[in-house]
Each structure stands twice: as C-alpha cells, then as structure tokens.
Design a protein around this ligand. Structure first.
Ligand SMILES: Nc1ncnc2c1ncn2[C@@H]1O[C@H](COP(=O)(O)OP(=O)(O)OP(=O)(O)O)[C@@H](O)[C@H]1O
Ligand SMILES: [Mg+2]
Length: 274
C-alpha cells in the first residue's frame, strides 16, 4: 500500500541521488562570550545534495543562523570537517537571504535588486529586463524608487529575496526569508521559489519556524535540537510535486508528519536555550 496521499499530479523525480554539494561531518562551533565559552553546536552531521531543497527547523537559539553563517563563509567552525563543492564559473555560486534585513540603505529598491547583476557587468538592457521581472515577482514594481528606510519590514525582506534570485546562484541559503510577510505574500513567494527551484535545479537550504512551510517546500526536513545544537531528525518529505497546500492539508500522512515534527520541536525546546 502506498503511503503517499492521492490527488497529486506528478511523481518524485527518479534521479533523486545526486552529488553532495555541502557535507558537514561532526562540525562544532563555540563562541567566546564574557561569561565564557558557549558551544552553539557540536558533532553536526549533514549532507545536502545538488538540487535538493532542505528545510531546517528548530527552536530559537539552537544554532540555525550560526550554521548558515558558517556555510556562507561569514564565520568559521571550530571542529569537524566542512566541505562545499563550488563549481568554477563566472556566476556567483551562492546567495544568502539573511534573517535580519541586509539590503543596502543607500540604494533604492531597484538598485538593490540590480546590484549583483551590475557588479558582474551584465548588459544593461538585460539587467533592466531582469530587474523589472523580479520586481514584479516580489510585488515591488510600484515601490522601486523608494529607499529602504521608506519600506515596511516585509517589503525589505522582498527586496533581499529579489536580490538573491537576481544572482541566479546554484546554492541559495535562506534564513526565515518569509517570516515578516503576510500570509498572501508568503504563499506567493513560496510558489515562486518552488517555480524557480524546479526550473533551475538550484540547491536550497531554507530555515523556517513553520512546519507547514517546511513540508510544503522541502524534500527533507532537518529538525535541530539545542544545547549544543545537533541534528535530531532528518525526515524525507514524501509528497510528490507539484504540491498544492490544500491537497497536502487534506492528507492524513501530512497531518501525521506535522504532529511528528511538532513533537520533535517540543522535545527540543525542553533542552534548548531561550
Ligand atoms: N556572535 C555570537 N557570540 C556569542 N554567542 C552567539 C553569537 N551568535 C550566536 N550566539 C549564540 O548561539 C546560539 C545560537 O544562535 P543562533 O542565532 O544561531 O540561533 P537560531 O537557531 O538561529 O535562533 P532563531 O530561531 O531565534 O533565529 C544562541 O544561544 C546565541 O546567543
Ligand atoms: Mg536565526
């Protein structure tokens, strides 16, 4: 008997086993604080393969952002082995959407989105066309001349999402990118991210606090526990793509998975800081 819910349009692609793009083996991170050393995570094992969409969930403070910063090359680990396979080429390999807003305050919305493309000296007509398209995707066409201080939190987040998409990277690291958005925009951008991902074969590591979002987007849901941060569970998401929110929510398998992940997070919270 199939465990998969009925009513989906396609099957999981057969070429599921692909080359690893990120490998972490027993990776650990300690911070030096005034109160002494703080072990953010330890013995962290994770492999992410080319083209995979991996969602990372876990209680506040368990080390998700610290891990992403290490993967992005903004911080270093203290122990273990981290391997990232970066192909040669002139396009940026990785783009990061940070949890905290990270757009340039001195550039307009349009110039923020165009920044990466212009710094690669792409043809200006092509840049204009691509930026127009991205601004429309994130619903900021009418706000493109404004500056970050004139935007709401959700609008700023949409600028950084458009900027990350503009670079068309092979690896997208996203730290709660949709958390400041209203439900409608969140849903639109989830669909758009899935569309871009399915067309381009990008690899995505996506941090979220939403179990629904993780199960809608991910091929795998990695649940992290804290003190120190570690992988509690690495769960394959069995739902074929394209997925529809309403069809997922009607499925008993989905309900069982939500309950399972919620229970893991509840257990993780009992030992996590914050
Ligand atoms: N630069 C730093 N110096 C000292 N401690 C730090 C530093 N950065 C993070 N930490 C600590 O490491 C732990 C993990 O922080 P991190 O931001 O990675 O958590 P998180 O899982 O992303 O949480 P959230 O879900 O709230 O975003 C926290 O206890 C935090 O206080
Ligand atoms: Mg964080």
């Amino acid at each position: 008997m199939s465990l998969l819910p009925l009513g989906f349009e396609t099957d999981v692609p057969a070429d599921a086993i692909r080359a690893p793009i990120i490998v972490l083996e027993k990776v650990g991170k300690r911070f030096l604080t005034k109160a002494g050393e703080y072990e953010a995570f330890a013995d962290f094992d994770l492999t992410i393969r080319e083209g995979e969409f991996v969602c990372l969930l876990g209680p506040s403070g368990c080390g998700k952002t610290s891990l992403l910063r290490i993967l992005a090359g903004l911080d270093s680990h203290n122990s273990g082995v981290l391997r990232i396979r970066e192909p040669k080429g002139d396009k940026p390999f990785m783009s990061v959407v940070f949890q905290e807003n990270s757009i340039f305050p001195w550039l307009s919305v349009r110039d923020n989105v165009a920044y990466g493309l212009r710094s690669r000296q792409a043809a200006s007509a092509w840049v204009d066309q691509r930026v127009d398209q991205l601004l429309e995707t994130v619903g900021l066409t009418n706000f493109q001349r404004l500056y970050p201080h004139q935007l709401s939190g959700g609008m700023k987040q949409r600028v950084s999402i458009a900027r990350a998409f503009a670079n068309d990277p092979q690896l997208l690291l996203m730290d709660e990118p949709f958390s400041a958005l209203d439900e409608q925009n969140r849903s639109l951008l989830q669909e758009e991210l899935l569309r871009i991902w399915s067309l381009s074969g990008k690899t995505v590591l996506f941090i979220t606090h939403s179990i629904d979002e993780a199960l809608f987007l991910g091929d795998r849901v990695v649940v992290m526990g804290g003190r120190p941060g570690h992988v509690m569970a690495d769960i394959s998401v069995p739902f074929p793509r394209p997925r529809k929110q309403y069809a997922l929510k009607a499925s008993p398998v989905y309900g069982a998975m939500v309950a399972e992940v919620a229970e893991l997070i509840r257990l993780a919270m009992q030992v996590s800081p914050a």
